[in-house]
Design a protein around this ligand. Sequence first.
Ligand code: B1M
Length: 218
Amino acid sequence: MGDVLERIRSCLVDLNRECVLENVEKALNEGYSATKIILGPMSDAMKEIGRLYEEGEYFIAELIEAADIFKDVMKKLDKLLYEEASKKKTSLKRLKIVIGTVKGDVHDIGKTLVSVMLQAAGHEVIDLGVDVDADKFINALREYKADILAMSALLTSTARYMRVVIEKLKEVGLRDKVFVLIGGAATTEEYAKEIGADGWAKDAIEAVNIVNEIAKRR
Ligand code: B1M
């Protein structure tokens, strides 16, 4: 990792907002893309902060502060992120995607990132926010006649709820009509297969690639 990227990572781990913002500016001047900054050092720092929380060195207050700094940087890079993801815009069919973080889970940073990048890539995104239950997902899928259901989960406990949503989709006769994409730190490709999802993305870029692939086939 370049020096400036490493500084972004360590400043965020130290929860030093000014230092993060200053180095993000420097990284942009050095030619790093907004996507690289967000998916690289910023995301790595959040994982490290999670580890420090697990080890009892950080508490909820630190997680909240880290999320706030992350959102500040997202605000700063918003336009650039959008422009960079727009390069993935294709003349393919524009798909409708219903997205949300599942019931019981309020982590929204990764989900929002995915949502922004899918929109920038030219798709229509209906973002239901966080703590979304099966009925809310189903109502939105019906109302917007969506092609894709995209669910995010950061907690092991809430990732289990994705299976509940998929079962409900079967009950109401929607399972064969939508592509189910899942993601978030509590999920894996194996887990996606296990619960009968159609796809899993490790990050926002992969999510856009998967959705564009589906668009190609329509
Ligand atoms: Co919480 N939290 N948190 N947290 N938090 C984690 C997830 C945790 C791993 C930390 C840890 O212990 N190591 C742990 C979960 C452990 C587990 O279950 N396996 C945890 C815990 C335990 C909790 C609480 C239970 C703590 C408590 O209250 N005792 C609590 C739960 C609240 C709830 O949801 N009910 C809680 C609360 C919070 C805050 C509210 C304080 C805050 C979130 C603020 C917010 O989101 N507005 C917070 C934070 C910040 C974190 C960590 C540190 C960072 C998450 C983050 O924003 N990462 C996190 C540590 C970690 O993830 N290792 C942690 C940056 C973001 C860009 O990454 O969201 O992973 P991420 O998204 C990525 C990919 O996953 C992917 O794309 C993104 C990158 O491009 N992706 C998708 C995400 N969604 C996708 C969907 C897709 C495709 C890709 O398609 C549909």
